[in-house]
Design a protein around this ligand. Structure first.
Ligand SMILES: C[S@@+](CC[C@H](N)C(=O)[O-])C[C@H]1O[C@@H](n2cnc3c(N)ncnc32)[C@H](O)[C@@H]1O
Length: 232
């Protein structure tokens, strides 16, 4: 019998936002894996720290500073080989994922590499943008309105086209794309509707109207919310 590959969402930052299932699985799994990128410690591991048990083997899959696809793929393959070796020994491996594993999650790469060979389970987690909406205390969508989820990595014209059509939107992965996104939002006349949220649900959570934010880059754990107009 091989072990199970377990993709576990650990939520956006507040350890109280892990599900009971995530807490149990993390605590019971003999092997814990997580991704750390760009030299930063794994946020998912920090969020789940209280659930870890003594004696667990930890596999830290480190990605390079620069997002070079070939190097990242090699790192995933090396990590998948280490995880695969544990699964072959019959040991379950819980892969800790920030937020939800299937929202821009690196678990997708591990699933591609291992999912067909090993029994796999996914535990959903609270996503960053629902935690951000809670922080702002504004509904994102209601009635027949639609929510658009966008990565800031899109080219400006593509972002503009999608935002122009959206009832409500969230924009993730701001980082060095922040200035470009701000410009697009301003050009569309959406600046006053847009809210910036950093480290949603964590102790260092920060909520600022985008119009009041004078920076060129944003930290990794930040996003923009454009809640729908409740009167439309
Ligand atoms: C690779 S995506 C992972 C998203 C995650 N799987 C989720 O369910 O939200 C990383 C991006 O999510 C956003 N993010 C994750 N956690 C966040 C938080 N606590 N506060 C604000 N943004 C967050 C940021 O935009 C960050 O660049």
């Amino acid at each position: 019998m091989t072990g199970r590959l377990l993709g576990v969402g650990v939520g956006p930052g507040d350890p109280e936002l892990l599900t009971m299932k995530a807490v149990r699985i993390i605590n019971e799994s003999p092997v814990i894996a997580y991704v750390s990128a760009g030299g930063r410690p794994s946020m998912a591991r920090q969020i789940a720290a209280q659930c870890l048990a003594p004696g667990q083997l930890e596999i830290n899959l480190t990605l390079p500073m620069q997002p070079i696809p070939e190097i990242a793929q090699a790192a995933y393959e090396e990590g998948a080989a280490r995880i695969g070796a544990e699964l072959e020994r019959g040991r379950d491996v819980a892969v800790l994922c920030e937020g939800d594993p299937f929202i821009y999650g690196s678990f997708a790469q591990l699933l591609d590499l291992l999912g067909e060979r090993y029994p796999t389970e996914v535990v959903p987690g609270i996503a960053s943008f629902t935690a951000a909406a809670a922080a702002v205390r504004m509904p994102l969508v209601g009635r027949s309105q639609a929510l658009t989820v966008l990565p800031a990595t899109l080219p400006a014209d593509e972002l503009a086209a999608r935002l122009a059509r959206a009832d409500a939107a969230v924009i993730l992965k701001l980082g060095r794309h922040f200035a470009k996104v701000r410009e697009v939002v301003e050009e569309l006349g959406l600046l006053d509707r847009t809210i910036y949220v950093e480290h949603a649900s964590a102790a260092r959570e920060r909520v600022v109207p985008l119009a009041a934010l004078a920076v060129h880059e944003a930290p990794y754990f930040s996003l923009l919310l454009l809640p729908a107009d409740r009167r439309s």
